[in-house]
Design a protein around this ligand. Structure first.
Ligand SMILES: [Fe+2]
Ligand SMILES: [Fe+2]
Length: 288
């Protein structure tokens, strides 16, 4: 079994061709087209291979994956209820498909746990705290928390994608392809959400989000530190990269980058995703 080619995993420079789409329709189309890519990348994960990782590394990775499996398993009922108040059917469709992608990530982590002979968690304090925080807040705050979680975790998934274990590597790279776009999705939602907020309010929101991001990156560094080290990523380096990634995303999210356009859309062309999943192309990628 061959790892997915890097070109499948990184965002392309291709300008999206969905220019006729208005608002969040471009995102609903992307999430629908991405289902084809999921099938192709999931088929490349060698689930039946035996792990040759040392026992301590398996324990560290399993403990870490348990948290992600639990954290991404939510149905998003609360989030979707808040979103419906915007009366934007395109946005509702995109958000529903986004939540489905997160649930698929949870299923992939769960399958990796089963292969390691590890149980799924039914609760964890960090997940419970995250859920309570999200439910207490409005839609923009909840999306901001997603942005924080996804930007801070990105460097860690990147490290997992270089794991010596082919299944962990395959799962991490597969999830990273989605997370790159998820961050862009959260940014677009926040740009629309903060469109009419004065600059001072947006700066205050960015400052509050930065404080939470520092706390989140610290919790992840402590909680997932052993798994990071097993993939060659030190806690301090993870922490610096997490906040750097968050900082770049936050400038755009809170409209502090001077750009006028609100919705940038995904970095990949939905039409290209669909074409690339045609049978002939799938065979070509599998042979790379
Ligand atoms: Fe995810
Ligand atoms: Fe995500």
């Amino acid at each position: 079994m061959t790892d997915p080619a890097p070109t499948d995993l990184a965002p392309t420079d291709t300008a999206p061709s969905d220019t006729a789409a208005t608002g969040f329709a471009v995102w609903a189309r992307y999430f629908e087209a991405n289902l084809s890519r999921h099938e192709r990348l999931d088929a490349l994960i060698p689930w039946s291979s035996r792990s040759t990782l040392p026992g301590a590394t398996v324990v560290a990775l399993a403990r870490s994956l348990q948290r992600f499996e639990l954290g991404e398993s939510g149905e998003g009922k609360n989030l979707r209820a808040k979103a419906r108040r915007r009366h934007d059917a395109e946005y509702d469709a995109a958000l529903t498909l986004f939540i489905a992608e997160e649930q698929k990530h949870s299923a992939l982590f769960g399958r990796a746990l089963t292969r390691f002979g590890a149980e799924r968690l039914t609760s964890h304090w960090s997940d419970a705290a995250f859920v309570v925080l999200r439910r207490l807040m409005g839609l923009r705050t909840e999306i901001t928390l997603f942005l924080i979680a996804e930007t801070t975790a990105m460097g860690y998934f990147d490290a997992l994608g270089r794991s010596a274990d082919p299944v962990i590597r395959g799962v991490a790279r597969r999830v990273t392809t989605d997370e790159i776009e998820h961050v862009r999705f959260q940014i677009d939602q926040l740009r629309v959400g903060f469109e009419t907020t004065p600059r001072a309010g947006r700066m205050l929101a960015a400052l509050a989000a930065s404080v939470v991001a520092v706390a989140a990156a610290t919790v992840v560094a402590v909680d997932h530190g052993p798994a990071m080290r097993a993939c060659g990523l030190g806690r301090a380096l993870f922490w610096r990269r997490a906040l750097s990634t968050f900082g770049r995303a936050a400038r755009s999210s809170f409209l502090l980058d001077g750009e006028a356009e609100l919705i940038h859309g995904p970095s990949v062309d939905s039409a290209v995703l669909t074409i690339r999943s045609a049978p002939d192309n799938t065979r070509q990628v599998a042979n790379e």
